[in-house]
Unconditional design. Structure first.
Length: 237
């Protein structure tokens, strides 16, 4: 009976440890992914992609306007060139939007659905990306919708750029403040240690004087004292 109980205990302990190890690895992976998404380099890459997307939209709008002008003036060779510019600009813009869509799924995985939807700005960014992608895939052939919607999308994406840049500035500021707090704490610790060492040296000096006095009273010749180097220790540094 005792052997059976030991075997059952060993069997019951095996799978939870493996599951706990896998869960820990999974959580560590998500934590590394969260740090990557919050890093300044990643935020700068997102800003660059947003600016490129805005440039592609502007190029597409200008090419479509030029395309309409050449059609009115009946210049087919120029209209074909402008049409190709608009086509490639639209494709590049849609490619960037798909990259942003992948970013959204990665954020949902890294932070979890509940935590992701608690951040209203992240949800609004996702709304901008999904709306832009739907608009580019559906309504790009309609001239009026393109002119109105593109201006709105450009405005929203510029807002994203401003928010991301503001987030980068705040991140740098917070890191600088944390570094300053560490330096202040380090300075206070060093000052406390120096004051402790100074008090200890003063106590040793008093003990040394007492021992020399005791030797002199007993007519015992003491070695010559060694003068310690005089150091100016500023306490208000």
């Amino acid at each position: 009976m005792s052997i059976t109980s030991v075997d059952l205990t060993d069997v019951s302990r095996g799978p939870p440890s493996e599951a706990a190890t896998d869960l820990k690895k999974h959580e560590n992976g998500r934590e590394r992914l969260r740090r990557l998404l919050h890093s300044q380099r990643f935020q700068l890459i997102v800003c660059v992609l947003i600016i490129l997307d805005i440039i592609f939209i502007i190029v597409e709008l200008l090419a479509e306007m030029k395309f309409l002008e050449t059609n009115i003036l009946e210049l087919p060779e120029h209209s074909l060139s402008e049409s190709q510019w608009a086509h490639w600009a639209r494709r590049l813009s849609i490619t960037v939007l798909f990259i942003f869509l992948i970013e959204i799924f990665v954020k949902v995985y890294a932070f979890g659905c509940i935590d992701f939807f608690k951040h209203k700005l992240e949800v609004f960014d996702a709304f901008i990306v999904v709306t832009s992608l739907i608009f580019d895939l559906t309504f790009h052939r309609t001239e009026s919708a393109a002119s109105i919607g593109s201006g709105l999308i450009i405005t929203l994406r510029l807002w994203r750029v401003g928010r991301l840049l503001n987030g980068i500035v705040l991140t740098v500021k917070m890191q600088a403040e944390r570094q300053l707090e560490k330096e202040i704490q380090l300075r206070e610790d060093l000052k406390q240690k120096m004051m402790t060492q100074r008090d200890y040296c003063n106590a040793l000096e008093q003990d040394n004087k007492y021992l020399r006095q005791l030797l002199a009273e007993n007519r015992i010749r003491a070695p010559l004292p060694v003068d310690p180097p005089h150091l100016e220790i500023p306490l208000n540094f």
